[in-house]
Design a protein around this ligand. Structure first.
Ligand code: XIL
Length: 378
């Protein structure tokens, strides 16, 4: 009897599970069932920047997409100096701790962005004109952050945007107080605080040969003098045409030839007219004169199919290249999850309607998402 009873019970249970499963399937039909990260598994990590609403649990839909589609995360703003240490030695770890907790819970490759950056810096740091004082804050910030998340944050953007377009060093408040050695100091200190963490130099407009040369000279110097650096982060705020696939390939080959890995750290593709002929991401650019200009905001009520297809094709072409060079690429991270929350709606011109990501304003996967899932990975 017992033997008979057990299989019957199992059959009943299986039926029940199937019923629940079938019901669920109908409900979630519109949601993606496949995972992008799994699709590219073994080639490179695939991720998204997480905004503070999502980190703090106020956007469960974005969170769900992140947890099912990606295997690496970057905090869009929560670890930046102005938020995490707004006043001298007063640290606010609320969002940062939750962010790291989210990554650990979902077994993600967790990125820390960014330790040293002239932008989104705390007010008290902006006008320091005293090397000793700067050195103190600089060390305290790096030591505090890296040691707090030792063994949890897998990779740090140690220094962000230190180079000018011509490949010389930006005259930032760090440079002005500490001289050019500040970058190496930051890397050495981060390494000391967490010897296992991957250390990245991150920047935009890496497609410009002079800028790339400046960055890669520094990388080669670091390798020669034994300063640990694992990779160059290419922000990849691109558009439908620029940079060309040939140039993107050059970027990958050059960084690899310098001896480190490539990460595409902030990928998004703007479909809107650019107010200047270049692409890139100097956060301080101000184009307020274009605000409200309909010519600069052509798709306020939805993206025409033709442009949607162009976007999908562009992502497809770029990812074909990534797959081709996957041995050189560590990670690809989208700068956000869905179009409505993209920073590109407000940069470089405020109040536009942009469509740069893989999920639309209703959290639905776009054509580009589907094309990436169809992409051949071998
Ligand atoms: C952006 C964020 O997405 C915005 O929310 C914020 O207002 C400004 O910064 N380069 C970087 C990122 O390294 O940190 C920037 O993120 C985009 C450009």
């Amino acid at each position: 009897m017992k033997k008979l009873k057990k299989p019957l019970f199992v059959v009943f249970l299986c039926g029940l599970i199937c019923l629940i499963g079938c019901a669920n399937r109908t409900v979630s039909d519109s949601k993606p069932k496949l995972s992008l990260a799994k699709h590219f598994n073994g080639l490179f990590y695939l991720g998204a920047a997480v905004n503070e609403n999502t980190i703090l649990g106020m956007d469960s839909k974005s969170k769900k997409i992140i947890n099912t589609q990606f295997n690496t995360i970057t905090p869009e703003n929560s670890l930046k100096w102005m938020f995490i240490q707004p006043e001298p030695n007063k640290f606010n770890f609320k969002a940062a701790d939750k962010y790291v907790e989210m990554g650990l819970k979902n077994d993600m490759y967790i990125v820390g962005h960014a330790l040293v950056w002239h932008s989104q810096l705390a007010d008290f740091m902006q006008n320091i004109d005293n090397p000793k004082q700067m050195q103190q804050h600089f060390e305290n910030h790096i030591q505090t952050l890296v040691s707090r998340f030792k063994g949890k944050i897998d990779a740090w953007d140690v220094v962000n945007e230190a180079f000018e377009e011509d490949g010389t060093l930006r005259q930032s408040v760090f440079y002005n107080n500490l001289g050019e050695a500040y970058i190496e100091k930051a890397f050495k200190l981060a390494h000391k605080m967490d010897p296992e963490a991957n250390l990245i130099y991150n920047d935009y407009n890496v497609y410009k040969p002079e800028k790339r040369a400046g960055i890669l000279n520094m990388v080669k110097q670091f390798i020669a003098n034994g300063t640990k650096i694992n990779g160059v982060g290419v922000q990849a705020h691109w558009d439908l045409k620029s940079p060309s696939l040939e140039v993107i390939e050059e970027i990958i080959l050059d960084i690899h030839a310098a001896g480190v890995s490539v990460s595409f750290t902030e990928l998004d593709i703007s479909v809107l007219p650019s107010p200047w002929e270049m692409v890139g991401a100097e956060v301080s650019q101000n184009f307020s004169k274009f605000e409200g200009d309909p010519a600069m905001d052509p798709y306020p009520n939805g993206l025409p199919e033709a442009v949607q297809d162009q976007l999908a094709k562009r992502y497809q072409d770029i990812f074909n290249l990534f797959v081709k060079h996957s041995d050189k690429i560590e990670r690809v991270t989208f700068w956000g999850v869905m179009d409505k929350h993209s920073w590109l709606n407000d940069w470089p011109i405020k109040g536009r309607t942009n469509y740069p990501l893989l999920f639309d304003r209703k959290y639905k996967p776009k054509t580009a998402y589907k094309r990436l899932l169809e992409l051949k990975t071998n």
